[in-house]
Each structure stands twice: as C-alpha cells, then as structure tokens.
Design a protein around this ligand. Structure first.
Ligand code: SF4
Ligand code: SF4
Length: 451
C-alpha cells in the first residue's frame, strides 16, 4: 500500500513558529489580498452573524440554541431535550465527528482555515485590532510603542469580554444575560465568574497563544497525518514548476524566492518545504503567490489548492475506500440521531419499587410499595392521569390519580398494591399513565406471594 508521510521537508530547513531549540518565534503575518481572503471574510461574517443570532432568535418560544445546564433542559432549533435524551448525543457526536473526518479526507483542513472559531475570531476580530493599532507589519516588527500596546491590549480585553458574554448567553439565555448585565455581579456570582474565566481564557488565547493552539494544542490538528492522504485537498507548492527557484531571469523555475508565501503565513511555515502539520490551510500563501505570479505575468497556481497526487501531476481520486467508509459512518450516526429524535415521546413513565424491603406482610396480606416516576419532556406543564389495571387477586391504592408536572421536570407518585397471604406466584402489576395525547403502561412484578 502506498503510504504518505508527513511532514515532507525535502532537505530544506524547516520554518515554524517553534524553533529547533523549543523556543517560540513570534509571528507577524504580512497583509495579503486575494480571492481566497475575500471568500474567507464572507464566510467569517456569515459565521459570526450566525453565532450572534443563535441565542437571540426564538424558535418555538425559546432561543434557537439554549443549553440551560442549570435547569437541565436544552433547546435546540425548536426541539426540547432533557437529561433523559442524553443518549442521543452519542449518535449526534458520531455523525458530526465522522462528517468532519469525511470533510478532512476530501477537503483537507477546510475546517481549520475557514470555519474553526480559533481562526474566525483571530482573523476577523483580533488580527484587525492588531493591524489597526500596531500599523503595517514592518512597524509591528520594529516594536509597537508602549501607549499603543496598552491600547491594543485594552481592545483585546474588550473583544474577549464580548466573545465571552455571547458564549455565556448560550448557557443562561440572552435575555437573562441582559438582565444580569444591568444588575450587580453579586446577584449572579456563578455567571459572573464564568464570564471572567472565559474572558481570561479568550484573552490569553487570542492575545498571546494564538497559532500555538493550532500547532501544539488542538487534537484535531494532531490527527491530520492519519486523516489526510495523497488524494485529500491540501495547500501545496508545485515543486516541478517552481524549482529551481531564484531571481527572475536567473533560473528556469517559476518561484522567484520572494518569500511572500512565508511572510503571510499565520503559522510561520514555508509551504515550499512540503505539506506540514502546522499548515491550517488558510490559503493566504495561495493569494500571496498568485499576486506575485500576476506581477510576473506567469500563470497562477504555483501554490494552490490541490491534492499531493495532483501536485505530482497524477489524477486525483475523490471516491476511495476511506471516503465511502467515513460517509457510511457519518450517515449512520446522523440517520439514527434524527430517527431517534423524531420518535421521542412527550413523557416517560417508569414503575420503581419504593426503598426498603421489597414487600411487607400485613395482618390482611402482603403489600408492595411502588413509585410511578413521570418525566414531562415538554416545555410546558402537563397533567397526567394514573390508573391501575385490574389484576386478579391484587388490590390497588392510588392516593393521587392526577398529577401536574412542570415543564421538563419529573414527579414520583406512590402506589400500594396488596394481595391475600395465600396468593400464589408473582403476578404483574400494570399501571396506565396518560395525558391528553399519549398513554404508557408501566409494569413491575408483585413480590411476596406463596411459591
Ligand atoms: S502554509 Fe499557506 S495555507 Fe498553510 S497555514 Fe501557511 S499560509 Fe496558510
Ligand atoms: S510567493 Fe510564490 S514566488 Fe514567492 S517565494 Fe512563495 S512560491 Fe516562490
């Protein structure tokens, strides 16, 4: 089998944000213009708009996405889930996880370069602040004067606090967040603490740690060497066309060794050294090189989106065994999730034995005690009727025959079942629980009868 190994350095000295002695090289990517940057900016705007709208837009009377952990209820695009539905997350995570694996096998690190929150917030929010306050790359390389540095970090803090507030609103709802912001922090210390912690986290990440999250921390980034193969779409340098590199007119290669592709790279690598784990496929080097090729009146695409096979001049295969496998697994997870989510019931009922001895002997016979446990899975209060199904030899005492259960909460109703001491066997106890839409029959075994 043909195995591809990463990274491919081809004998050149490796460029990276982490130097060979383990120290970090500060990256100041140069500005770039081009079609991919324009397209990415549009995607960033759309994603940020979606991120801002999800906790605000209401579907079915609740925010489109509201993970109300405190009250253990979760509103997702009009559907309401409670902790009893948590098993669905397994299938959702399987479908989405294999969907990402599928996307990586076909499109490479499209997630990293175009949609990952790390990239979106860094490039759309924090990098523009840096450029606005610090000036062009040359000025930033010389060092930003102290007052401007202070201003830059103050703006970073404001941006981090903004991101943190929206993040917290997914867990407390936008309306509650607005009310909290008008009140004193002491009135809601937990939410305030979470907001401070996430602000600090975002500030540390976007002001200082930056590309190191991608190159050293992110587990998805570390998985690239197994997810990408020779047919995946990657950003690559056409070595056959570019080499031997050198000044215009001095060599036959198309690469004029201008280093533009290196200075625009947000992770500080040289794509001409081959595909590397640090490459987040942001396509900034593609735009940078295309600009140079335009100036030299040479065809674009010396650095381009292509597969490793395509860069070698071979034909790229889209459909291959691993793609079929990932497609099947992703589809399986998502189909099971949607079918299971659609078939969810509006309430759950179970018959559980009361704590203590499973039965007691009374002067008039044997007695078993149960609870009917009713879980209302709807976002509004419901009334449930509880009835015993008659059974030969069994006497039922149902002290509460109608119970009101609040939205997404549960309730236990005691039930007592008696039988004469000479009852033989282990008859089945059946209880009907119904609201105005559905009926459930829950069962348990009566214990203590004669053998
Ligand atoms: S090598 Fe190119 S695509 Fe990869 S991270 Fe650097 S600029 Fe982005
Ligand atoms: S931008 Fe293009 S021409 Fe310039 S060094 Fe990079 S690959 Fe060579």
């Amino acid at each position: 089998m043909n195995r591809h190994q990463l990274p491919v350095l081809n004998g050149h000295v490796a460029e990276s944000s982490i130097l060979t002695d383990g120290t970090r090289k500060k990256i100041h990517p140069a500005d770039v213009r081009g079609r991919f940057l324009r397209a990415r900016r549009l995607v960033f705007v759309a994603l940020i708009a979606l991120w801002l709208l999800l906790p605000v837009v209401r579907l079915g009377g609740h925010p489109a996405l509201f993970l109300d952990v405190e009250h253990r209820r979760f509103f997702v695009f009009g559907a309401t889930f409670n902790p009893q539905d948590f098993w669905l997350v397994f299938f959702l995570a399987t479908g989405v996880g294999f969907g990402l694996v599928y996307a990586t096998a076909v499109l490479g690190r499209v997630w990293c370069g175009w949609a990952c929150p790390q990239t979106v917030f860094l490039e759309a929010l924090f990098r523009p602040i840096e450029r606005l306050v610090g000036g062009p790359r040359e000025a930033r390389l010389r060092g930003t004067p102290l007052p401007r540095r202070v201003l830059k970090h103050a703006l970073y803090l404001v941006a981090s606090a903004f991101v943190a507030h929206v993040f917290v609103s997914y867990f407390v709802s936008a309306s509650s967040l607005a009310a909290m912001m008008r009140g004193a922090p002491s009135a809601h210390p937990e939410a305030f603490g979470w907001m401070l912690a996430t602000t600090a986290l975002f500030y540390g990440n976007f002001a200082f740690f930056r590309e190191q999250t991608c190159v050293a921390l992110c587990p998805y980034g570390r998985l690239q060497s197994v997810l990408i193969d020779d047919d995946s779409l990657v950003i690559g340098y056409d070595e056959a066309r570019g080499e031997p590199r050198g000044k215009k007119g001095k060599t036959t290669g198309d690469c004029v060794d201008c280093n533009r592709c290196v200075v625009v790279c947000p992770t500080g690598i040289d794509i001409r050294n081959g595909l590397q784990m640090d490459c987040i496929a942001c396509a900034q080097c593609v735009d940078a090189c295309d600009e140079i090729m335009d100036k030299l009146d040479r065809p674009r695409g010396l650095v381009r989106y292509d597969s490793l096979r395509g860069l070698r001049g071979e034909t790229r295969r889209i459909l291959r065994p691993r793609v079929w496998l990932y497609t099947g697994l992703a589809a399986l997870g998502l189909i099971v999730f949607f079918l299971a989510a659609r078939s969810r019931t509006s309430f759950e009922a179970t018959l559980v034995r009361q704590p203590g001895a499973p039965f007691s002997r009374e002067p008039d016979g044997v007695r078993n005690g149960f609870f009917v446990h009713v879980v209302n899975k709807k976002a509004e209060a419901r009334r449930y009727v509880i009835e015993a199904e008659p059974a030969e030899g069994l006497r039922f005492v149902v002290p509460v025959t109608e119970v009101d259960v609040g939205p997404l909460t549960d309730h236990r109703v005691p039930i007592f079942v008696s039988a004469p001491s000479d009852l033989r066997g282990r008859p089945t106890v059946r209880i009907r629980v119904r609201d105005d839409e559905e009926v459930r029959v829950v069962e348990a075994t009566f214990l203590g009868g004669a053998p």
